[in-house]
Design a protein. Sequence first.
Length: 425
Amino acid sequence: MDAHEVNRARAKLALFVADVFASVPRKDQRAKSDCYLRGLMLDGRRKSIQAMAERLPDGNEQNLQQFVNQSTWDPLPVRRRIAERMVPQIGPDAWAVDDVSFPKDGNMSVAVAPQYCGALGKQANCQVAVSVHAVSDTASCPLQWRLFVPQEWAHDAGRRQKTGIPQEVGHREKWRLALDTIDELAGWGLVPPVVVADAGYGQNADFRDGLSERGIGYVVAVRSDVTVHPHGAEPHTPPWSGNGRKPQPRYRHKPPPVSALAAGQGRQAFTEVTWRQGSRGPMRSHFLELRVRPAGVRARRLAQAAATAEHGHWDGVLPEVTLLAEWPDGAEAPTDYWLADLPAGTPIAELVRLAKIRWRIEHDYRELKHGLGLDHFEGRSWTGWHHHVTLVTAAHAFLTEQRLAPKADTADSPSTRPSTPSKTC
């Protein structure tokens, strides 16, 4: 946005800030949040505090630095209010679990470490955050963020103290952070219609099992080497010789990888599906759905533990899900795979639409990063990082509101209307 567009939106922005930042106790802090949001939305390649302060007519670098890096306002109620406000407007078809990386120099920025950096496509020095987004084909919005703390930071008292990592925060795997976030959002009264994720999460049997335990359906990408049993395969129990442990039920045949199972059906088994209109016309490809039973040591152990806890024994039968495979025109074999835990009989067009819906958050991530400076923060502290990410989320939410329905009503804010219960979705 240029300065004229920002000025035209000032009144709407003021109302948005009054609602979303109502939990921030001081008037001057709320004014700084308004100023910071304008700085993020103004045109300009760099959205560091210094660069924004120079572009803003009322920008004061020292004040903004203090507001973001040292001020004690709590970002959590702000994010909660954004989520309560945006979910009804977006009307999400799914929640998308994702993670985003922030390349960094040095080793003193909070939670920075050599690790896989998606922004660079290789191992690099970076921060990584796990996020959960409400997503539809027309819009998305980050609902909550968790900064991933690498193992090397777990017991590094010096760096933890300098960057202000809370004592109770330690190393936790990304898939666990994603489930923690979903639980936190459930505490806010927000429940996903279905969860979608890339193979970094979908590959993990514990993540899929965690969603199933919570009664949440999913459509998650997996790699081609994930093994599954065909739906009709049945386990058998070898006869007991009378010595040693009784044998456990086992499937007779080694489970094939999804790539082999899908390719073995032949190209003729794949159906053409169109899932949305792209900028160059309909988006379509060929897909196959099969009922399968995910295999592997971890999947087996999770299934056995769940059955034993519920029934006192296990018959060896692995839970069934749907395998979705894509075979694009011109490809020699299927190229992409998903596992879906949705009701049997879900139309293949719906499975494909959900499998592909992550395009929306990739689209909006470009605005968050390149347009609104998500990865431009130059501070090093835990507090500063969470303040900045919250302010960028607010700026993105405001712009999304303007694109969706500039005059739409929003859910009442519990902090601005104490006599009226908050509406959640």
